[in-house]
Design a protein around this ligand. Structure first.
Ligand code: ATP
Length: 383
């Protein structure tokens, strides 16, 4: 991890001792996403004293811009007792939150995927449950939390990403006659079979031939270059749990999978098949997203669980995974997706964007925990 602060002054022993105590206090603060104390996580804590002020830095392994204000408050509260007396008395505190996202990529990945740190599948056992809407908003939410994100629309039966991102009719550039350059939109890098289809694309191409084309855009898209890498590549998987899904999961060596479901029984049965499919190929299931969980009447404000309740949580418990979050059945989610400006971008401060950002942080924290093991100790640096 990079050092954010450096030695500037010789510190007295008293100041050193207080900074050590401060680092210890910060180590006991709980990360709200994983629920674990920093000293149980592979976090980095930096404390220092310079020009009469204390600085404190915390580095987490997932993008967490939305948690900054909360962390600032907790850190300032933790610092308070040490600033009441002793050598640090009366000092101001400068706090910064950083993220350093670990890579779960593999050595034998195709060249174009080598700079991609984490590939995450968004899948559903059943069609029409809102998998693409979730994948698009999740990718954008990770970006707004501070990550560099790519989104691959692998839904060969009906690529919907161009509609949801307002990129219909866009054609990706081709570099050196062999690689596609992803289309940058709303701050993320995107690629879709939809960018290569025209209205005249024969239906057959959408079936068996499309799976060949899918393999091609996966391995021949320039997701990264020498100057940049992607923290996450979100793959909007084709619905179902057939051979295409299985091959894709195996071929790309994924950091994890997110299963989208609605709460009704039929969708839940299919979601279980999805969980089992990823288990079979040793892809960790990062959690379940329950979509269209509650409907709130826009006239009277009454909320109803149209498709039943608690199904996502039950599967999560049964299969020892997490319920990452639940989205309401909201006209706004559909309207935003249809208009090419998904809710996370259309209303970044709104309640729906907050749901997606929370899901994104939970998912990314899950990848971090998987890659570091829960019991890793924090790196503490005092300067
Ligand atoms: N939470 C929601 N509230 C309201 N509408 C939603 C919600 N989630 C998705 N939708 C709408 O439901 C429809 C289906 O969503 P989407 O295309 O994301 O599903 P999918 O599971 O990817 O479908 P497919 O299997 O066909 O690819 C879209 O019109 C979308 O805007």
């Amino acid at each position: 991890m990079s050092d954010h602060y450096h030695d500037h002054e010789e510190l007295s022993q008293e100041v050193q001792a207080d900074l050590e105590r401060l680092a210890e206090c910060l180590g006991q603060l709980h990360d709200p996403v994983s629920g674990l104390a920093l000293d149980k996580l592979d976090a980095k804590i930096e404390v220092g004293f310079e020009a009469g002020g204390v600085f404190a830095g915390i580095t987490l392994g997932y993008p967490c811009a939305g948690e900054e204000a909360g962390w600032r408050e907790r850190v300032l509260t933790a610092c308070e007792p040490l600033l009441k007396g002793g050598p640090l008395a009366g000092s101001g505190v400068q706090f910064e939150l950083f993220s350093d996202i670990p890579a779960n990529s593999v050595a034998n990945a195709p060249e174009s995927l080598r700079g991609v740190k984490n590939i995450v599948a968004v899948a559903s056992g059943k069609g029409g449950v809102g998998k693409s809407t979730t994948a698009v908003n999740l990718a954008l939410a990770l970006m707004t939390e501070g990550a560099r994100v790519g989104l691959l629309d692998a839904d060969i039966y009906g690529p919907s990403l161009p509609t949801m991102l307002g990129t219909e009719g866009v054609r990706p550039q081709v570099k050196e006659q062999k690689c596609f350059v992803p289309v940058t939109v709303h701050g993320i890098e995107t690629m879709s079979l939809g960018y290569l289809m025209t209205e005249d694309t024969p239906a057959v191409w959408r079936g068996p031939m499309a799976s060949g084309a899918l393999n091609q855009i996966l391995t021949q898209t320039l997701w990264c270059n020498a100057k940049s890498e992607l923290d996450y590549l979100i793959v909007d998987m084709p619905p179902g749990t057939g051979d295409i899904q299985l091959t894709l999961a195996q071929k790309t060596t994924m950091a994890g999978a997110v299963i989208v479901t609605t709460p009704q029984d039929l969708a839940l049965k299919d979601a279980i098949k999805g969980v089992e499919m990823f288990r079979k190929v040793s892809v960790p299931v990062l959690g379940i997203v329950e979509n269209m969980a509650l409907h709130t009447c826009s006239k009277c404000g009454h909320s109803e669980p149209v498709f039943g309740t608690g199904g996502g949580a039950r599967i999560a418990e049964q299969y020892s995974t997490h319920l990452l979050g639940a989205l309401p059945l909201a006209q706004k989610i559909r309207e935003d997706a249809d208009s090419g400006c998904p809710s996370v971008i259309a209303d970044p401060e709104g309640e729906i964007a907050a749901f997606y950002r929370q899901i994104a942080r939970r998912m990314a924290a899950g990848i971090w925990l998987n890659s570091s093991g829960d019991e890793a100790l924090p790196e503490i640096e005092i300067s």
